[in-house]
Structures are given as structure tokens and as C-alpha cells.
Design a protein around this ligand. Structure first.
Ligand code: FPP
Length: 254
């Protein structure tokens, strides 16, 4: 409390989260396919790009909520290797949103101790966006709070192909008998980050859409009909509740 009876915001919300979530297992890593921006906007008679702008606001709020709930890593699918096939105006709008995010996030992520990593093939992105990403990654690299991964020009198959290429370049594949999952893990864009415990996909579709194909091997999947711009802390908590009712056996027996 800042003054008698005045909520201090972050700390009060954090305390409340701890109280409501204290007897629940919090997934270490949550990955999200943020679907439904276009449909959400269309329903309101607005252009699809309006849905993406709202979606970007949701990302910022959910990152704060995830952090407060004790999630250690959050990964969001912002732009897939297949999304280039969308109309040029929509691609441009999405790239501009990401550009803006990289710049505004610099101050916020530093203040909130967030560590940002962009996964995906950055080489196809505009040079100024690549620079903004590099600056944000560098500035936040030593932060110790939540790890925030943004997938841009990301495809799971593409990531695996690039990982194999990287492993070859490092000379890690010369002995076929020594090739194992750890080698591939260490060459993925997500190297050093634990696999997601929970994957959330919004807006009704029940598929993976080329997201984190290697890393999702044993993740729990959660689908909701809510469109991404309407996804909020309550929905995140619902997903965590569902996760708490899953039995994770990793192919073994309990
Ligand atoms: C899927 O909805 C959403 C996307 C392809 C883009 C997601 C991007 C953002 C939420 C904004 C930028 C992100 C950050 C990190 C600032 P859709 O367009 O496929 O919706 P539809 O299925 O209803 O058409």
C-alpha cells in the first residue's frame, strides 16, 4: 500500500496471485499460439490489423500476469514462416507492430527484469527490425526475471533444419553414434530454455501449426475458444487449473 487504503498495484496483485494460486502447480514454461486476432476484429466491423494491435496489448498484459503468477518462461508465436503468404498490407502492419514493440519494450523489460529472446530465422527480417531485436536481446540478456521468447519468422520444421545445419557447422555430427537429442537441443533457437510444460492455443482451432515441434513433445495442450485479444489473466489461470488436472507420465507409468 502506498497510502492507507491505496493499492500499490504490482505488489498487491502479486500477493493476490500468490494467495489464489498457492496450492496450484505453476508451469515453468508456457507457450502460446495467439490465434483469432482477425476474427475478433471482423466481428467488430474493424480491419484485421486492429485485431493485431489489440493482440499486442494482450501480449504485454499476459507477460506481466505470467510473471506475477510465477511462470518462469513465456513463449509467444507472433509471426510464422507461413505468415509471409498473408496480404502485403497485413504483413507490413504486423512488422510495424513488432518494430514498435522492440522499441517500447526496451524500457519496460529493463524495469521489470524481463529477459527477451527472439526465436526464428531473423535473417529475413528488415535490417532495422533485426537491429532493434539485437538491442533488446542484448539490453535484457542479464535480467534474471521471466524469460520472454517471441517467435518471429518462426517455423518448427525450419528451426530443426537450421539446428542440424548449426550442429554440422560446429562439427557435432561427425560421429553418427554420438548424435543424440542433447546435441539438437543445444543447437535449437530455444537452447538452454526448458521445454514448455503447457501450450495454450486461443480461438478454437486445435492444432500445433508448426510451433515448437521438437519442444512440445511432452507438453500439455490447452485449447480455448476465447480470441487472443480477449484472453486475460482469468483465462490464463483457467489454463493453469486445467494443467493441474493433467497427469504427466512422459510415456512411463505412474
Ligand atoms: C493469429 O491471428 C495471430 C497472428 C498471426 C499474429 C500475432 C501477433 C500479435 C498478437 C501482435 C504482435 C506480437 C507482439 C509480441 C507484440 P490471426 O490473424 O490468424 O486471426 P484469425 O485466425 O482470426 O484470422
Amino acid at each position: 500500500m502506498t497510502q492507507a487504503g491505496t493499492c500499490c498495484g504490482f505488489l498487491c496483485r502479486k500477493k493476490k496471485a500468490e494467495q489464489t494460486m498457492e496450492d496450484r502447480k505453476i508451469p515453468v514454461h508456457v507457450a502460446i499460439i495467439m490465434d483469432g486476432n482477425g476474427r475478433w476484429a471482423k466481428k467488430r466491423g474493424m480491419p484485421r490489423t486492429f485485431g493485431h494491435s489489440q493482440g499486442a496489448k494482450t501480449v504485454e498484459q499476459i507477460l506481466e500476469d505470467a510473471d506475477e503468477l510465477g511462470i518462469r518462461y513465456l513463449t509467444v508465436y507472433a509471426f510464422s514462416t507461413e505468415n509471409w503468404a498473408r496480404p502485403a498490407a497485413e504483413v507490413k502492419a504486423l512488422m510495424n507492430l513488432l518494430r514498435r514493440y522492440m522499441k517500447t519494450a526496451l524500457v519496460k523489460c529493463t524495469k521489470n527484469n524481463v529477459r527477451v529472446r527472439v526465436i526464428g530465422d531473423k535473417s529475413r527480417l528488415a535490417p532495422d527490425l533485426q537491429e532493434a531485436i539485437a538491442a533488446l536481446e542484448q539490453e535484457t540478456a542479464s535480467n534474471t526475471g521471466i524469460g520472454f521468447q517471441i517467435a518471429i519468422n518462426y517455423g518448427g520444421r525450419d528451426e530443426i533444419v537450421r539446428a542440424v545445419r548449426r550442429a554440422c557447422e560446429k562439427g557435432l555430427l561427425s560421429d553418427p553414434d554420438a548424435i543424440d537429442g542433447d546435441i539438437l537441443d543445444s543447437c535449437l533457437d530455444t537452447a538452454g530454455i526448458p521445454d514448455p510444460d503447457l501450450l495454450i492455443r486461443t480461438c478454437g482451432e486445435q492444432r500445433i501449426s508448426n510451433f515448437l515441434l521438437w519442444q512440445l513433445a511432452y507438453s500439455e495442450l490447452y485449447f480455448t475458444d476465447k480470441a487472443w485479444p480477449d484472453f486475460d489473466r482469468k483465462e490464463l489461470e483457467k489454463a493453469i487449473d486445467a494443467y493441474n488436472h493433467r497427469e504427466r507420465r512422459y510415456g512411463g507409468l505412474l
